[in-house]
Design a binder for this molecule. Structure first.
Ligand code: ACO
Ligand code: KIV
Ligand code: MG
Length: 524
């Protein structure tokens, strides 16, 4: 056997730069390929399929350069079953200390029809091309493309020819993602048992994900005796993609109890390379993608968050640190509960008692109903701004605003003032002006607006707006604040908040307290 004689070691053959790049639209630049190859090498990938050297001048240059830069990985190039492809491939990979020529031909009936070769003609071609490759390079991989749809007898025959011609790795591609786990394991097992010379080579598995079974099929192939998995970062590749490297590697690590094989991958580098490949290929990783998706280690629902805070193993089977994340994330949203809210507030530096938590939780749920995710800044705003006080003299009950390009804005505001519900409609230069006028109609006052400021707490269309309103009346200056996903509602609440503070100040002065001595705390 080449590369490794250890029966419990599975080689990782990464083809992100060849099969991965074949995804329509995933083309990477020369420098990006070099960078990804460097990361794969550093992560412990055993073999990097760096490209298809005859495909273009650019591919040839990239494979050659990657071969020159390689430190630990074996560098491989792809070649069709002809001398020109194989020669070109060798010219590129020969610079690497450890190199490989990977040559292939489609062996199923459907694929034999493409070059229009009979079974015998194809067998001869395989013999002469693998022999040619082996004369150039001591490490040769041969693939019967569409192996999983190739007639059993013919598959055994051509594999035997390739081994006799000098192939050191026999790769069994499930080119169109057709096989299923039981079949995948059985195919490799029977080939190893049947084909003469099979015990002298490494069998590899190369699965596509057309039916979403690539990872399962690859692991089953290992169960059957394969000792090389061909895969790509993020599962990039033709059509529905290839087997995802991060999935097979982590599956072997986490379930080593039932799959007793290991790889040489430093799993802590998985997240970093996944993000880089997503960026350079332009293929974003789906949020719920296993291992490297944004939500793979995130829990929003209250019951899960409570469980995670009590014991991480309740809802996580691997440590986020093992794939290169700093930790679990407990994003707050409409499904979250008090345990996670308290934990988050404590992390943000807010000590909250049970009563305060109860109050904040009500306002948090109200905000979460309107906002996809409640971010740290939203919570800070929620804590700083405070909620309605039961004792407030003025309360906003509801409001409706009509505004646009055709004339003045119209606001109808309903308020509870000293226990009574009253409403008023007013017009103004824009929705905020109309709203403030309606509030003034309901609660006549001489307060002069000194400052009106809007600040978006977070990014996005559903971001909260924090509004500050400073008013002055008879030398008393107070500031009201509010936060809401609706800027005009936030403005109304901030204005009413300021007016409530004035009411409190006036009342305190009536009790003989000097207005200047009333602290901020007294009026919140
Ligand atoms: C399952 C896989 O992933 S296979 C790899 C697929 N990857 C790629 O095709 C990407 C790189 N490919 C290319 O850049 C081009 O296809 C090239 C440069 C290789 C060839 O380009 P062209 O000469 O214009 O041929 P074209 O792509 O139109 O057709 C493919 C030719 O290769 C032949 N061919 C296909 N596979 C093989 C093979 N394994 N061995 C020998 N010949 C093959 C076809 O029969 C066809 O030959 P023909 O032109 O005599 O009919
Ligand atoms: C070239 C071969 C190995 C391939 O990518 C496939 O069959 O899917
Ligand atoms: Mg493929």
């Amino acid at each position: 056997m080449n590369d490794t004689a250890q029966q419990d070691r599975v080689l990782i053959f990464d083809t992100t730069l060849r099969d991965g790049e074949q995804s329509p639209g995933a083309t990477m630049t020369h420098d990006e390929k070099l960078e990804i190859a460097g990361m794969l090498d550093e992560m412990g990938v055993d073999i990097i399929e760096a490209g298809f050297p005859i495909a273009s001048e650019g591919d040839f240059r990239a494979v050659s350069e990657i071969a020159k830069n390689a430190k630990n990985s074996r560098i491989c190039g792809l070649a069709r079953a002809n001398f020109a492809d194989i020669d070109r491939c060798w010219e590129a990979v020969k610079h690497a200390e450890k190199n490989r020529i990977h040559t292939f031909i489609g062996t199923s009936e459907l694929h034999r029809a493409i070059p229009n070769l009979t079974m015998d003609e194809m067998a001869d071609k395989i013999h002469e091309t693998v022999s040619h490759a082996r004369n150039l390079c001591e490490n040769v991989q041969w693939s019967p493309m569409d192996a999983t749809r190739t007639e059993w007898d013919y598959l055994c025959r051509v594999i035997e020819i390739a081994i006799k011609a000098g192939a050191t790795t026999i790769n069994i591609p499930d080119t169109v993602g057709y096989t299923a786990p039981v079949e995948s394991a059985d195919l490799i097992k029977r080939l190893i048992e049947t084909v003469p010379g099979a015990d002298e080579v490494i069998f590899a598995t190369h699965c596509h994900n057309d039916l979403g079974m690539a990872t399962a099929n690859s692991l089953a192939a290992v169960e059957g005796g394969a000792r090389q998995i061909e895969c790509t970062i993020n599962g990039l590749g033709e059509r529905a993609g290839n087997t995802a490297l991060e999935e097979v590697v982590m599956a072997l690590k986490v379930r080593n109890d039932i799959m007793p094989w290991h790889t040489g991958i430093d799993t802590r580098k998985l997240m970093q390379i996944s993000r880089r490949v997503a960026t350079v290929s332009g293929f974003p990783v789906q949020f719920n993608k296993a291992i490297v998706g944004k939500n793979a280690f995130a829990h929003e629902s209250g019951i899960h968050q409570d469980g995670m805070l009590k014991n991480k193993e309740t809802f996580e089977i691997m440590r986020p640190e093992d794939v290169g994340l700093s930790g679990t994330s407990l994003p707050l949203g409409k499904h979250s509960g008090r345990a996670a809210l308290r934990d988050k507030l404590e992390h943000l530096g807010f000590e909250v008692g049970d009563n305060q938590l109860k109050d904040v939780f009500v306002r948090f749920k109200d905000l979460a109903d309107r906002k996809k995710e409640v971010l740290d800044d939203d919570l800070i705003a929620l804590m700083r701004v405070g909620g309605d006080d039961e004792n407030d003299a003025l309360k906003l009950v509801s409001m409706k605003v009509v505004c646009g390009t055709g004339g003045q804005a119209e606001a109808t505001v309903e308020m509870e003032i000293d226990g009574k519900d009253i409403s008023a409609t007013a017009f103004g230069d824009g929705p905020v002006d109309a709203t403030f006028k309606a509030i003034r109609d309901l609660h006549p006052n001489q307060a002069r607006l000194q400052l009106y400021q809007v600040h978006a707490v977070t990014e996005g269309m559903d971001a909260q707006a924090t509004v500050s309103v400073r008013v002055e009346e008879d030398g008393m200056v107070v500031t009201g604040q509010s936060a809401d996903t609706d800027t005009v509602v936030s403005s109304a609440k901030a204005y009413i908040n300021a007016l409530n503070r004035l009411v409190v100040r006036r009342a305190k002065m009536g009790e003989g307290v000097d207005a200047k001595e009333i602290s901020y705390r007294d009026v919140t």
